[in-house]
Design a protein around this ligand. Structure first.
Ligand SMILES: NC(=O)c1ccc[n+]([C@@H]2O[C@H](COP(=O)([O-])OP(=O)(O)OC[C@H]3O[C@@H](n4cnc5c(N)ncnc54)[C@H](O)[C@@H]3O)[C@@H](O)[C@H]2O)c1
Length: 280
């Protein structure tokens, strides 16, 4: 008997799918955009950080044709901007198969971002920062999803993937941010407040549109490695069942699965990719 060449199951393919990523110039967004391009998807990278656009465009152009990707300025807190991102996606690629809501404000503890974090304890945390995060992470995600749903209803279906966080599911263990140097740091409440809504919003959209061919699921990443201090890595390793942070490449498989037809019977699901963080 001749041996058949092993192939990846066709349902896992995202080739020719039109995928719009918000927050596409960020750590996770750009990793995913490049991975989807590599797999033959047609990708729209949308983000509000205009400074990065030219560099990313030049980098992508060395590997992919202009027909395969589009870069868009997008501010998800502005309805017209969301509408415009969808309009230009449809203008270029004819439809929108997958929306990935990755844009967010997130206080990060890697070396280049730690200094930006407001050090206030909860009882003194500024309301203004809370409002900013809610505006982007909550209201912005809703506005972008509304604009995508209007298009998906017109074309007869679509697929939405929300990016949640372990802090959408559990409280931060503030011990992670205590490096024993007498300087107390905290994961702030604005992130927790604004990301907690993602799982239930995912279920809301999933059930609202289940009979319209629009699926909606969420992914829960946690602790993506990005030039963190050894002290942080040590704390993280102690608290994580897998004993380490997530390599950004480890998110590609789960996102590809949800973006592909392999997940066609999934809607309203929250897929944790957290090294077991929420398992104990
Ligand atoms: N990095 C992690 O460890 C981690 C862990 C869990 C969850 N997440 C979630 O993953 C998603 C992506 O995280 P990341 O690490 O890539 O973050 P990031 O900060 O690297 O990227 C976020 C991107 O969103 C963009 N953005 C912010 N506000 C915007 C707006 N109003 N309109 C359009 N774009 C806007 C920023 O310009 C940035 O490019 C976020 O939703 C975050 O909450 C990240």
């Amino acid at each position: 008997m001749t041996q058949k060449t092993p192939t990846i199951h066709p349902s896992l393919s995202v080739a020719d799918k039109v995928i719009l990523l918000t927050g596409a110039y960020g750590l996770i967004g750009l990793t995913l955009a490049q991975a989807f391009l590599q797999q033959g998807a047609l990708v729209v990278l949308a983000d509000r950080d205009e400074r990065k656009q030219a560099g990313i465009r030049a980098e992508l152009a060395t590997e992919y044709s202009d027909n395969q990707f589009l870069l868009r300025n997008l501010d998800i807190t502005q309805e017209e901007s969301c509408e415009e991102a969808i309009r230009s996606t449809v203008q270029k690629f004819g439809r929108l198969d997958v929306l990935i809501n990755s844009a967010a404000i997130d206080a990060k503890f890697d070396k280049s971002h730690a200094a930006e974090i407001n050090p206030s304890r909860f009882e003194h945390y500024p309301a203004e920062l809370l409002r900013q995060s809610v505006d982007v992470n909550l209201t912005g995600t809703v506005l972008m999803t509304q604009a995508a749903c209007r298009q998906m209803l017109t074309q007869g279906g679509g697929n939405i993937i929300n990016v949640a966080s372990t802090y959408s599911l559990v409280a931060p263990n503030q011990g992670l941010y205590d490096f024993g140097d007498g300087v107390k740091q905290f994961k702030p409440v604005d992130y927790i407040a604004s990301k907690s809504f993602i799982p239930n919003f995912t279920r809301y959209v999933a059930t609202f549109y289940a009979r319209d061919g629009i699926r909606c699921n969420a992914i829960v990443p946690h602790g993506v490695l990005n030039d963190h201090d050894p002290d942080f890595l040590e704390n993280f390793a102690k608290l994580s069942p897998l004993g380490r942070m997530c390599d950004r490449e480890e998110l590609i498989g789960p996102f590809t699965f949800l973006a592909s037809n392999a997940s066609s019977y999934m809607t309203g699901s929250v897929l944790t990719v957290d090294g077991g963080w929420t398992a104990w």
